[in-house]
Design a protein around this ligand. Sequence first.
Ligand code: TPP
Ligand code: MG
Length: 324
Amino acid sequence: MVKKLAKKSFGGIYETMYKMRRFEEEVFEFYKKGLMPGLAHLYLGEEAVATGVCAALNDDDYIGSSHRGHGHLVARGARTDMMMAEILGKEGGYSRGKGGSMHIMAMDRGILGANGIVGGEIPIATGAAYSAVYRGTEQVAVSFFGDGATNEGTFHESVNMAAAWKLPCIYIIENNLYGISVDIRDVTNTRDLADRAKAYGIPGVVVDGMDVEAVYAAAAEAVDHARKGKGPTIVECKTYRWQGHHVGDPAVYRARRDADEKKDWMERCPVRAFRAKLIASGASEAAVAAIEGEVEREIQAAVKYAVDSPYPDASEAFDDVLIG
Ligand SMILES: Cc1ncc(C[n+]2csc(CCOP(=O)(O)OP(=O)(O)O)c2C)c(N)n1
Ligand SMILES: [Mg+2]
């Protein structure tokens, strides 16, 4: 039976998507002002994916996240003030500023960390799924990664093992068409990356990653399958990143195939589309504006918390760091 997002959850779903959007717009501002060390790989445009998937999870489930991880954390209900402080390298951050954007984590929300190594989160989530079986819990693990990561050995090795051992892992491919400037269609001979599931004898589904309800339905089915001990599923979400690979990338390569590609995808903005759905479901403009106002207050407080938070003392540089 197809699980549908309950109408009563629509307000919360919109709040999450809108929060992701506003959070990243502020990250973008920090980056442009030179206040953020490292690079910002923004999730703008991909909000429906993490929101739909995480709506299908329980509080004690696990996720493994990629270098494009801010949205995954927001979807899991991580604290936006601690996230923002982490991104600025401040002491008030989740890892006291030592992880930054690309290694941001929130263990209290089951987030095993974002990853600077493409495909690194796939075996980590697979290991978490194995640990759930070993400990006899009903937890599942989700791994979020990009189209580019599906050409890494870690993807194939992990999916093969999870399929053979029927591990409760859900592999979410965020297919935004590009790995940096490389068009996935130039380097992979399957149009649907979920087709690779056939090689491992597991279900593989393709879903419109701009439609949060469609993502939820596919994820809920995969989660159900995993919790029943039937093993992993690959869910490919067709989506698009609005910015370049990171905010310093003008992404000129995107017009190579189709001059209107970016414009066409932006017209399908998942946040705006779901706002319209929320209104059509009976919510008033005032009720939606109240959600947006509440999010705005939270984001402004997060910005202030991050700015006010001190940098860690230089004497702590090697504390909590594993040196091999
Ligand atoms: C193992 C490894 N190879 C290469 C890189 C450099 N790199 C960083 S992000 C990226 C592209 C990843 O593309 P994709 O998996 O589609 O994720 P997206 O950025 O589109 O979300 C590459 C090649 C890396 N960080 N790690
Ligand atoms: Mg990609």
